[in-house]
Design a protein around this ligand. Structure first.
Ligand code: NIG
Ligand code: FE
Length: 423
């Protein structure tokens, strides 16, 4: 026991510990077994990492003890798709949609992404940083401990870099780990109307090299959609990103199927996101590429889409599913991952097990962070949430109730109702 005396934190009396282990890869078609449940468990933490996990009483001596009082504990949520950095709001579009206009109509009328581009261009780095920091605080209070953040509201070299600089400042100044994605191909900016080729050239010849040189993003993403970037353009951008070490992600099949998902194999897509209109060919390509299907039910709710992703086909092809907020000012102002879990069950009929795995370990795979997080295993980061619930099925069941008692990031309590920082 000597080696255990130096433990920093011991979490005891965990009623139900959800370890969600992933041995060889992301999890497709999970069931209850996949959750790696330990009833009446403890976790010891040292230097921000998980040291031991066990069952029953522990005789480990620790400097700090957290009594989970019989509640559930699970990995901190990983939000693998957000547009967290932006200026302005789009509540007018919310009203327009309620009155019958759809997202693409609003976009063609100058709303949508372009309106956020206008306000984001006008905002300073400091303004964007301060607003985004507040949003991260909210995300943290709902248990998010790692968050992907995209650029894509700058659409000029200067403003895309500005957004990515903000992402990197957030990473340095907030407890949540922020992972940046370059999304210069989110839309064609107004000044390139009728001249899309020049904009794509700018993305390829100027933005990608600069983003790579500054090491300011890990992934390159494209909005591959009718009326935005077609399949060939998307492939060109993503392949250029690959040359510069930016791994590929794709916004695809959100409104129409233009075959974008079939790019998964040729660009080795880490994830394909949205997937409302995806067909078998696309899923086969994803399977071959080992891509994760990132489903974004918040967007379906806010866009009042009747369409849902082909979940049964995704299961049949054994493509692993992650779920994410897609947090953005237009199509999904939802930031709480437990709410996203509820929506994935209610709108897409994911099982609570799929939702939980989608918000933790499979989300870690969608960010290539599976080695460090996403499950509770010895050696991984001690990113843990303790929720005032007795059973994991209650997480999606209690819609939009924040039941988080503690958010623990790298072994430190950083948020939660029972709060209080550890020494
Ligand atoms: O993922 N689909 C493209 N991008 C975002 C929407 C961004 C916006 O409307 O500002 C999405 O839904
Ligand atoms: Fe998105």
């Amino acid at each position: 026991m000597m080696e255990n005396l130096n433990c920093d934190v011991l979490i005891k009396n965990i009623g139900q510990l959800l370890t969600v282990p992933s041995k060889n890869g992301p999890i497709s078609n999970p069931n209850r077994e996949s959750l790696g449940i330990i009833e009446n468990a403890y976790i010891s933490i040292k230097n921000g990492e998980i040291k031991d996990i066990g069952e029953g009483e522990s005789n480990i001596q620790a400097k700090n003890i957290i009594d989970a009082e019989g509640c559930i504990a699970l990995p901190g949520f990983i939000d693998s798709h957000t547009h967290l950095i932006f200026a302005g709001k789009r509540e007018k579009e919310f009203s327009m949609r309620v009155n019958g206009k759809d997202y693409m109509e609003i976009m063609k009328e100058g709303g949508g992404i372009r309106s956020t581009v206008n306000s984001t261009r006008l905002a300073s780095e400091d303004e964007l940083f301060n607003e985004s920091l507040k949003r991260l605080n909210i995300a943290l209070s709902w248990g998010t401990t790692t968050c992907e953040v995209k650029s894509g509201y700058g659409l000029s070299t200067k403003d895309e870099i500005k957004m990515l600089e903000v992402a990197n400042m957030l990473q340095k100044n907030h407890e949540i780990d922020v992972i940046a994605t370059f999304l210069g191909a989110h839309d064609i900016p107004e000044e390139y109307n009728g001249n899309r080729k020049s904009y794509i050239d700018l993305v390829i010849n100027e933005m990608i090299p600069e983003v790579s040189e500054r090491k300011s993003a890990r992934f390159c993403d494209v909005f591959c959609e009718e009326g935005v970037f077609n399949k060939e353009e998307s492939e060109k951008v993503l392949k250029e990103g690959l040359k510069y070490g930016l791994k590929a992600k794709i916004h695809v099949d959100e409104f129409v199927n233009i075959g974008g998902c079939e790019l998964a194999e040729s660009v080795h897509a880490i994830s394909c996101d949205h997937l409302l209109f995806t067909k078998e060919e696309g899923l086969i390509s994803m399977k071959k590429a080992g891509s994760i299907a990132v489903l974004l039910p918040g967007t379906s709710l806010y866009l009042m889409n009747k369409k849902i992703p082909p979940v049964d086909k995704i299961r049949e092809q054994n493509v692993p599913i992650a779920i994410a907020s897609d947090f953005n000012p237009g199509s999904s102002p939802i930031i709480a991952m437990s709410v996203i879990m509820s929506l994935s069950c209610l709108l897409y009929r994911l099982t609570p097990e799929e939702a939980l795995i989608g918000a933790t370990i499979n989300a870690a795979w969608a960010l290539k962070e599976e080695r460090s997080r996403g499950s509770l295993e010895s050696g991984k980061l001690a990113d843990i949430v303790i929720m005032d619930l007795r059973n994991y099925e209650e997480i999606p069941y209690w819609f939009a109730q924040n039941r988080i008692n503690y958010v623990i990031k790298r072994g430190k309590i950083v948020a939660g109702k029972k709060g209080g920082r550890l020494s």
